[in-house]
Every structure is written in C-alpha cells, then in structure tokens.
Design a protein around this ligand. Sequence first.
Ligand SMILES: *[C@@H]1O[C@H](CO)[C@@H](O)[C@H](O)[C@H]1NC(C)=O
Length: 401
Amino acid sequence: MTCIADFFTYETTKSVVVKSWTIGVINRAVQLLIITYFIGWVFIHEKAYQIRDTAIESSVVTKVKGLGKYSNRVMDVADYVTPPQGSSVFVILTKLIMTENQVQGFCPETEAKYSCKNDSQCKGRSPNTGNGYLTGHCSPTFRTCEIQGWCPTEIDTVKVPIMYEAENFTIFIKNSIRFPLFNFEKGNLFSNLTSDHLKKCLYDPATSPYCPIFRVGDVVRLAGQNFTKLADQGGVIGIKIGWGCDLDRSWDYCVPEYTFTRLDSISEKNNVSPGYNFRYAKYYKHDNGSEYRTLLKAFGIRIDVLVYGNAGKFNIIPTLINCVAAFTSVGVGTVLCDIILLNFLKGADQYKAKKFEEVSEVNLPSARSASTEMFKSTQTLAGGRTDEKQSTDSGAFSIGH
Ligand SMILES: *[C@@H]1O[C@H](CO)[C@@H](O)[C@H](O)[C@H]1NC(C)=O
C-alpha cells in the first residue's frame, strides 16, 4: 500500500530567487530576445501556425507568336518552334545551318582530319566518321577519304546569320495550379484581365508584373544574358513561376511571381561544349521515288517553364507544437544566467552555496540504516524535517548512491 501511495506523488523543483540587478536584467533580456525571436521570426515571418502544402500540381501551356526572316524566307511559328505542342519546354530556333538535297550515296568526307593522298591512308581507321562509313578509297579530286552515307556531308563550321526578329517574339504562358491538400485552384490569367488587355499587354516586372505575355528579348535580358550571343550559340533559359500563397488571406493575394534565369550556366563558362544545338532533318521524295532530305543543325533558345510554390493555412496542431516549443525555449535563458551567476558575478561563491547544498558524510549512516526502505525513509525525513539537507533528494534519485 505504501508503495502505491509513494508512487502517486508530485515532485517540484525548489527555486533559488536571486535578487540581483545584473542577473535580473540579463535574465529578462534573454527571455525577451527568445520571445521576440519566436513571435517575430517563427510565427510572423515563417508562419509556423500554418500547415503547409508544397505538393503543387500544375499545368503549363505556351504559345509563341511573331514573324521572322531567315535566308530569304519568312519564318512563322511552325518553322521556328519545336516541338509544336505548346508544352512547358520548347525551343525557338534562332540560327540554322542547312545542308540541302542530301541523298544516300558515296562522297568525300569534309572533315580536315580525313584528308589523304592515297587509298592506304583511308584504310585501317575506325570505320565510322561523323557523317558515314569509310569505304577505304581516297577521293582523287577532293583529296579526302570517301564515305558512304548522306551526301553531300554537312559543313557546320560556316558562319551563318541569326534571326534577329526572334527578340521581338512573344511567349504566352497559361498556367493552372492546384494545392491538393486545401483543394485550392488558381491560374495566372486573372478574371480582371479582359481579353482586350490580354492581347496588348506585355510582361514588365515593374509596370505589368501579372501579364502572362513575355517578349523573348525581355526574358533573355532579365535572365542576365546578351541576346545576340545567346541566339548565336544557343542556350537554355528558365522562366520560373513561383506561387507563395497564404490561404488565410483573401483569394486575390495568391499571385504568381515570375523570375528568369539561365539554366545551362555550365555551357556558358565552359568552352568545350558551348551553347545548345541539335540536328534534325526533313525528308522528301522525288517523283521517281528516290528519297532526299534537308539536314538542319539548329541553334536556339530553349525555354523551360518551371512552376514551384507552396500554400499555408492556419491549423491548430502546428500552432500548439510551436507554442510549446516557444515556452520551453524561454527556459533556455536560465542555463545562460546560471553560468553567469555561478562563475562571473560578484559573490558567486555565496550563490553557489545557496544553490548547491552539500551533504556531509556524517549524515549518511542514518540514511544507510534505512536503506531497505529507502522510499519511506526519505519521506519521513522530509516530512519530519529532521535533516533538511537530505530531503532535497528524491527517493528515486538516492537509490543510485
Ligand atoms: C522589334 O520591335 C521594335 C518595335 O516594334 C522595332 O523597333 C525593332 O526594330 C524590332 N527588332 C527587331 C530585331 O526586329
């Protein structure tokens, strides 16, 4: 029975109140600092009272508009945008090296390292060049090794102009997002945008930050790039759409923020593989059924539209957890104050004596005699106040001695 009675007790710590201005001011200052941190940073800035959804669902549809001129041709969207589906990743071609009328056959290789004087120099080499398979013959007129493949071969070292008009092309971006946790949906075409306004507006970070139409030249400039250089070598530009939504506020405050950056910064710094280019071909047939093609080496600005974001809404669980953390953290101040109090303050020894009460050996036998009933003895000692110094230890603690 006594065991049970002893179990149902409550222990509380004994406190030493120090009446000192110095330590008092430090204590309150530290507490104030901790409270300010929690209220200002954790609760107001980081919104720790909210539950957060970072799994944003999004769809992006794009459409490019504009006309350009390239090698005596007017280029429209179907000519310079690939792939044509209007996805979040697409390329606006700005420079093309065309090799027209290629047919399957035999022709001299154009690369300088395949120059030769006789057939023996074309034998015993790795059989495939960049353009085809070596036949082992040296072409007498061109003095280079002959290959089998698409002929004539491409010469991609020529200097070709870029399509400057691409700077004035516009990109229209339609973005819908959803936060599944809150079942919250929104898009970047606001209802207050009339179709008339939408036709005329152009994104500008200062004057028109919500217009979903972007001029390519502006996008490149806002990404910190030079248009001419980028169009010449090719590159990847990211248009990032950030949604930071506080759903405790009104629906209208959940708006996208557009930022621009060059994503392939590695090809900008590195000279081995500068820029971005790829090859593709268009295939045709002669009336007699024989096939020929136009090979294109394309340089262009690839646009990646990236959507990210999170939404927060008040929830009781994170609020409670963070409140408890805040209250607990206020207690951290005592650790600092104890260090100052017991080590650096005038009269530290007196404070130490008050805080840590020493038990001398003389008193120990009396406790040891009752060691079989340790719990009970401590209780009686404490209750009877026969030995105050021992009563500060709880029964559970002294069992270890
Ligand atoms: C882009 O448009 C502006 C204004 O319409 C025009 O002055 C400029 O010449 C155009 N730039 C190019 C490269 O066509």
